[in-house]
Design a protein around this ligand. Structure first.
Ligand code: NAD
Ligand code: UGA
Length: 474
């Protein structure tokens, strides 16, 4: 018979007020008005932004998020830097902190850096009171729960006087940026990994406020942790597959859109995630696959590791082949030429730039001495400078700078006098560009490079612009 025992959850603390913590907790607070939700972060500036009156200044741009914040903030949803107090009050603590690729030491460049997760576990161990359910929301290497449990329990042993105990669950997040609120409200599935059925039921009861119970899956901790990595690896693999075929289409007069459509109609393959692109970006695909590569090697499976590594290699190759191709089309040199880069976010409907294809492509242009004119409707230029200024500084030191980059708020100003336009993000604004107007304000011969295949071909072909559409005959 099904075990329905559960803990009662009245207070939640989420550690990490980022792209996952903020939206996820906003949805939980909205759907569970009787639960108090405190989202905490060590980054005081970020917490201040979450508390901004002006909702256009929230740290995360996500369609629908501003309304949820407006409706629930300071009712049962709080953004605060009071980490200790929030942990003390909580029956359930979500760990939702960053897990980037390690930069130094063992596993550098591949393994996930778990120092932030570990520091959360130590804080929870210290400040929690009575029974606390600790939920891994961050994406973590398989068997991380073991380390978290050791930290939590080590503290218990040292402090036998206190009446506290812990259950650890894995509840990976599958939202995609740009559609996070919809993904959270209508998930394909919610995965709960654990051993303590009472704690698993408690987390399930939260989701049952809005998710159909058939979509809530139970598994072991290890299957849950690994499923998240594998899910991202499979999605990224599809993109690398289609991007690799885009290069073959360009050589053979086939068209990648027709190929995507034809293969996607096979129900066994499915139509999603077959859009050609300049390469996948975002904070997770690359880091999670590299983590998988590291784990496979760690467990003595080099063939498995090499197989997945290729997904990342093809992605890097796709970005490089685009910058090389543009240089070649512009007579082998872009030194002193103006290139308008439309879109810096790693996909549309987000202000996130992490691992965006725009970063390495713009860096390539800067190295070649181009004048890079960047437009993006949501990305803060300060964010762009964090990615590009280092390369600009290196170049100044080399004394070979003829170009540099500049941010434009107006699309047509970024395009004016340019030799080429490169569309990198599929923002709706770029679908409505007036190509006739553009053809009059560019320098001739002028090129439009479309890496998202969003330009209306019929209208651009009526102009004198040279048009390159990824994955079709050139
Ligand atoms: P993020 O960098 O936007 O946010 C993480 C936050 O955690 C930061 O604000 C940081 O200051 C804070 N933090 C770090 N250590 C802390 C500590 N000890 N105490 C309090 N705050 C601390 O990261 P994110 O994009 O929200 O990703 C978080 C996790 O979720 C990662 O493991 C990621 O792989 C995973 N994930 C991300 C997405 C996504 O779309 N971004 C989707 C699914 C899963
Ligand atoms: C991805 C996954 O889709 C989420 O399920 C997962 O939770 C998340 O990673 C994570 O773990 O962080 P996200 O990176 O936000 O979400 O966005 P995606 O829609 O997956 O796009 C990732 C990149 O792939 C973008 O650069 C996008 O332009 C690119 N992409 C996507 C393509 O090139 N082609 C496609 O068909 C789809």
């Amino acid at each position: 018979m099904e075990n329905l025992e559960s803990y009662l959850i009245k207070n939640i603390c989420c550690i990490g007020a980022g792209y996952v913590g903020g939206p996820t907790m906003a949805v939980i607070a909205d759907k569970c008005p009787t639960i108090e939700v405190n989202v905490v972060d060590i980054d005081h500036k970020r917490i201040k932004s979450w508390n901004e009156e002006d909702l256009s200044r929230l740290p995360v741009f996500e369609p629908g998020l501003d309304n949820l914040i407006k409706k629930n903030r300071n009712k049962n949803l709080f953004f605060t830097t009071k980490i200790e107090d929030s942990i003390k009050k909580a029956d359930m603590v979500f760990i939702s902190v960053n897990t980037p690729t390690k930069k130094n030491g063992v596993g550098a460049g591949l393994a996930s850096d778990l120092c932030w997760v570990e520091s959360c576990a130590r804080q929870v161990a210290e400040f929690a009171q009575s029974h606390t359910i600790v939920v891994e929301k961050s994406t973590l290497p398989v068997r991380t729960a073991e380390a978290i449990e050791s930290i939590l329990n080590a503290n218990l042993n040292a402090d036998k006087e206190q009446d506290k105990s812990f259950s650890v669950l894995s509840n990976p997040e599958f939202l995609a940026e740009g559609s996070a609120i919809n993904d959270l409200i209508n998930p394909d599935r919610v995965l709960i990994g654990g051993r303590d059925i009472k704690a698993m039921n408690a987390l399930k009861s939260i989701y049952l406020s809005w998710v159909d119970q058939n979509k809530i899956l139970y598994s072991s901790l290890w299957s849950s942790e690994l499923s998240k990595l594998v899910s991202n690896a499979f999605l990224a693999q599809r993109i690398s597959s289609i991007n690799s075929i885009s290069a073959l289409c360009e050589k053979t007069d086939a068209d990648i859109r027709e190929v995507s459509m034809a293969i996607g109609r096979d129900k066994r393959i499915g139509a999603n995630f077959l859009n050609v692109s300049p390469g996948f970006g975002g904070s997770c695909f690359k880091k999670d696959i590299l983590n998988l590569v590291y784990l496979a090697n760690y467990y003595g499976l080099p063939e498995v590791s090499q197989y997945w590594e290729q997904v990342v290699k093809i992605n890097d190759w796709q970005k490089k082949r685009i910058s090389n191709l543009i240089i070649k089309k512009l007579f082998g040199t872009i030194s002193g030429k103006k290139i308008a880069v439309l879109g810096f976010a790693f996909k549309a409907n987000t202000n996130d730039t992490r691992e965006s294809a725009a970063i390495s492509i713009c860096q390539d242009f800067l190295i070649e001495g181009a004048k890079v004119a960047i437009h993006d409707p949501k990305v803060d230029p300060k964010q762009i400078s964090l990615h590009l200024n280092q390369s600009q500084k290196d170049l100044e030191e080399l004394n070979s700078m003829q170009g540099g980059w500049q941010f434009f708020e107006n699309i047509y100003e970024s395009i004016s006098d340019s030799d080429a336009i490169l569309i990198l993000t599929e923002w709706d604004q770029y679908k409505d560009i007036d190509w006739f107007k553009v053809s009059n304000i560019m320098r001739s011969p002028s090129w439009v490079f479309d890496t998202r295949s969003i330009v209306n071909e019929t209208s651009i072909k009526k102009t004198n612009l040279n048009y390159w559409n990824i994955g079709s005959i050139q």
